[in-house]
Ligand binder design. Structure first.
Ligand code: SF4
Length: 242
C-alpha cells in the first residue's frame, strides 16, 4: 500500500508574492498601532512560523514589543534547536523563556504518570495547565496587551477570530495581528525574508506543539489535525486561547 502523502510547505504563487509587500505593510501598521496604544506589549511565541513572522516584523520595525516562549519541558529537539537560534538572529529583541513549576510537574507525573494526557481530556488539560497556562500567567504579569500568531484559517475553533479581543480573565487586550493571513501568505513571507523556522515543517508538521502531542498531518487534513490527534476536533485547544 502506498504511504499517504504528508502535508508540505506551500509553494507561494506569483499572485501571493506580488501582494506580499502590501500585506506586510498593513501588518507593520497594525503592530505599530498596537505598540503605540499600550505600555507593555508581549508576543507569545511558540516558535511557529506565524510567530517567527511576527517576530521578524517586530524586529525589522524596531517596535517596543517583547517576546516570550513557554518551554514546557516536552518540546521536540527541533523546536529546542530553533529556540537556541532565535536570540542570535534577533539580538535586538527582549526574549524571555518560561518553564513550568518543577514541583507541579513532579506531582502530576507521580500521581498520574508521565504521559497521562493520553488517558482523558481532563488529564490532558491538567498537563497543559501546569506546563503552559501557569507559566503563561507569569509571562504576562505586568503586561497590558499580548499578541498571538493565531489565524482564522487554522482550525474550526478559530473561524471567527478577530484582530482585537479583550482578555477579560487577565484584564488586558489581546491581538491576533495575522488573523486574516493565509497559510500561503505566511510561507511566502518566511521564504522572502529568510525567516528561521522549525525543521519539523519539512517533515509534514503544519502545527507544532509538545513532542508527545503532535504528529505529522496528511495532505488535505485540517492543519491542526496532528495536535492531540486522539481527541475530538472541538476539544483541540490547550487553554491558552479561551
Ligand atoms: S501539549 Fe501535551 S505534553 Fe504539552 S502541556 Fe499539553 S498535554 Fe502536556
Amino acid at each position: 500500500m502506498p504511504k499517504p502523502t504528508l502535508w508540505q510547505i506551500p509553494e507561494p504563487g506569483t499572485d501571493v508574492l506580488a501582494a506580499l509587500p502590501a500585506k506586510t505593510a498593513v501588518l507593520a501598521e497594525r503592530l505599530r498601532h498596537i505598540a503605540a496604544g499600550h505600555q507593555d506589549v508581549r508576543l507569545a511565541s511558540s516558535l511557529a512560523a506565524e510567530d517567527m513572522l511576527l517576530t521578524d516584523v517586530i524586529a525589522a520595525q524596531a517596535l517596543p514589543i517583547s517576546v516570550f516562549t513557554l518551554q514546557t519541558g516536552r518540546l521536540n529537539a527541533e523546536t529546542l534547536a530553533l529556540l537556541a537560534q532565535v536570540p542570535q538572529r534577533y539580538p535586538q529583541l527582549a526574549w524571555a523563556v518560561y518553564a513550568p513549576d518543577a514541583a507541579a510537574v513532579a506531582h502530576y507525573v507521580q500521581t498520574h504518570g508521565e504521559n497521562a494526557f493520553y488517558h482523558s481530556v481532563d488529564l490532558r488539560r491538567e498537563c497543559c495547565r501546569i506546563r503552559k497556562i501557569e507559566p503563561l500567567e507569569r509571562a504576562l504579569a505586568g503586561a497590558d496587551a499580548w499578541l498571538t500568531g493565531q489565524r482564522r484559517e487554522q482550525s474550526p475553533t478559530r473561524e471567527a477570530l478577530p484582530l482585537a479581543e479583550t482578555d477579560a480573565a487577565r484584564g488586558m487586550a489581546k491581538y491576533n495581528p495575522i488573523y486574516d493571513w493565509t497559510e500561503a501568505e505566511v510561507w511566502a513571507y518566511v521564504r522572502t525574508h529568510d525567516v528561521p523556522v522549525n525543521a519539523l515543517y519539512r517533515q509534514g508538521y503544519p502545527s507544532i506543539g509538545c513532542e508527545p502531542c503532535t504528529r505529522p498531518v496528511r495532505l488535505g487534513e485540517d492543519i491542526r489535525a496532528g495536535r492531540w490527534w486522539w481527541e475530538s476536533r472541538d476539544s483541540k485547544e490547550c487553554g491558552l486561547h479561551k
